[in-house]
Design a protein around this ligand. Structure first.
Ligand code: NAI
Length: 315
């Protein structure tokens, strides 16, 4: 149990999720937002969510929901947030100018021991930290939604981020029970979106060329590959799929992999290919209408809780 202070900038969806993760591990959490009303709503939501998770038997950590909630405070003053914080998790909207403005304010306030991690899904850390005095203390720690049930965090340093900031962020994530991966250097899309986009490009091509329906292309993952991938990565999957392990796998199937890969064709232009987009949207909305998206998200999260429990046993 720790009494170290964690600051969170932005109390929206992701900021609140981080607040719950840190409080579950016993950290003192302070949430900062520009809107006082947003902080009041965030506290109400947190209180509700923590107690709901407790009722479902899905609360993380070893202390009760009310004790976790008591660890979370709020402020609308950035200078109060930065005071004595060991880590600040930035969760403001995905707008580069907004992030840049915030980081230059933080640059004036950061204490020496504080690391600032951005939750950004898209911006490499050099894009907003270049030229700042405290840029060594800044990096990306990108979660996946919903972070409470998906443990992966991508830690991405800028070229100037200090190795100790990277190491401390990694240790901190492990102390929450999250599963960090550390990129050696920043790259557009980090790792998750690079892999996710490779999949999206190919399902787009398969639907766009009329080979598979949306329901069927999604079944390839949800009823096929995804079941293995929920437990193992693609390389360990390959390792288990040949008698002599991964080297044997690529010896046997490498030729086929290259031959199929040569037929992929161009990267789809998902903004300009309106015909395919309209078809994908039509079929997706037949599967889940726009009015039912929230309901479906709730079901997904409910079953993610079960999956997270099962994975713990697997590990
Ligand atoms: P959100 O819109 O739910 O919340 C943003 C919060 O930031 C709001 O409470 C807003 O009042 C506050 N805010 C705006 N300007 C601010 C400022 N200057 N200072 C302090 N607070 C400010 O956004 P969400 O979805 O929580 O996203 C936050 C970050 O997390 C983004 O960088 C996003 O890319 C990243 N992320 C989002 C995921 C998602 O699925 N929503 C998944 C992984 C990362």
């Amino acid at each position: 149990m720790s009494s170290q202070k964690i600051g969170i900038v932005g109390s929206g969806l992701i900021g609140r999720a981080w607040a719950m993760l840190f409080a579950a591990a016993g950290y003192r959490v302070q949430l900062y937002d520009i809107l006082e009303s947003q902080l009041a709503t965030a506290l109400q939501e947190l209180d509700k969510d923590l107690h709901r998770l407790e009722e479902q038997g899905a609360l993380r950590g070893h202390i009760r929901a009310s004790e976790q909630f008591a660890l979370i405070g709020v402020t609308t003053r950035l200078e109060e947030l930065t005071r004595e914080a060991v880590h600040i998790q930035e969760c403001v909207p995905e707008v580069l100018q907004l992030k840049k403005r915030l980081y230059s304010q933080l640059d004036e306030l950061l204490e020496e021991q504080t690391v600032v991690a951005s939750s950004t899904s898209t911006f490499m850390p050099s894009l907003y930290s270049e030229g700042l005095k405290k840029r060594k203390q800044m990096l990306v720690a990108h979660p996946l939604n919903p972070p409470y049930f998906i443990p992966l965090v991508e830690i991405v340093p800028a070229p100037w981020t200090s190795p100790s900031a990277v190491e401390r962020t990694r240790d901190l994530m492990l102390s929450l029970g999250q599963r960090p991966v550390t990129l050696k250097r920043e790259i557009q899309g980090f790792a998750t979106n690079r892999i996710q986009y490779a999949i999206l490009n190919e399902v787009w091509r398969l639907v766009g060329s009329g080979i598979l329906s949306v329901a069927d292309v999604d079944r390839v993952l949800s009823q096929g590959l995804g079941l293995r991938y929920a437990l193992l990565g693609s390389l360990e999957t390959a390792h288990l799929n040949a008698p002599g392990g991964v080297a044997d796998y690529f010896q046997r199937f490498g030729g086929e992999i290259s031959a199929v890969s040569a037929t992929y064709g161009e990267t789809p232009n998902t903004q300009e290919d309106r015909e395919t987009l309209a078809e994908i949207a039509r079929q997706c909305e037949q599967l889940v209408s726009l009015e039912k998206l929230d309901e479906r998200r709730a079901v997904r999260d409910e079953f993610l809780i079960q999956l997270a429990k099962l994975k713990k046993q697997f590990e």
